[in-house]
Design a protein around this ligand. Sequence first.
Ligand code: ADP
Ligand code: MG
Length: 301
Amino acid sequence: MTTHTPVDLSHIQPREKAEILAQALPYIRKYHGKTMVIKYGGNAMTDPALQQDFAEDVVLLKLVGINPVVVHGGGPQIETLLQRLGKKGQFIQGMRVTDAETMEVVEWVLGGEVQQDIVGLINAAGGKAVGLTGRDGAMIRAQKLRLSDQKDPKVEHDVGQVGDIVSVDPSVVKALQDDAFIPVVSPIGFGENNESYNINADVVAAKLATVLQAEKLLMLTNIPGVLDKEGQLFTELTPRRIDELVEDGTISGGMIPKIAGALDAAKSGVNAVHIIDGRVPHALLLEVLGNQPFGTMIRSH
Ligand code: ADP
Ligand code: MG
């Protein structure tokens, strides 16, 4: 593993450093004992320096009494292995078409390599992470997703073993949290006949945040947030505006399940839902303990 050199802060006076730390106190008090679900995806997951920042942030949050729950994606990693097997990934409305062979790859990559890499990173930063898929603790029950066409709802797309969540039982996550562990969840569900389902990680993160009645849902991605047609950042979005943006095609691809999940969570009582730029070093700490608005906030009404 590569360790990166910390940013040089020698020009900042110790007094100022203490001041900066002290300014985080109101946020630490506010969030102490609260659960935060963090969707970890995009570049923050592939760049070694950003990976380490992320792991440090998660451990720091845990140590100040917040309960982070990590849900990870892994699109690029799945793509790499599919390519090695001579397969090409295909997407419909932001969902990966998942045939039986692709499902095997998804299970290996997400439930194996990617999950354990994240667990290792968090542990190396001083935390105690535990990797889980939706099978563990019978957490995520799923069924085949019926994906109706965005334009013509009468048309249904077959996206294979892509799962639609039936129910989430968070008891395994709660048990781990209470014991100082940091759960790291791979977005794989199981069906009635014990078959596996590939579920979009944003959807899993959103549902888990709802079921856990999390204080925050933070979705780290590879873009500053939700952008308008000119590439300008929306600092906040209402449900009605989101509908319009999906309708007119401003929101497309992977942003569709992300925004849908974000909106569901906001409407179901998750206090703060933010889509943030995971390419910014220490994006998590900036959002949670900083006093600057960052990324796109999703409003419930
Ligand atoms: P993640 O790993 O974060 O889930 P995705 O690729 O699934 O990444 O989703 C983020 C992508 O959604 C962005 O990189 C961008 O290409 C796409 N996208 C589509 N519409 C928008 C929009 N209006 N604003 C921002 N990103 C958008
Ligand atoms: Mg995605």
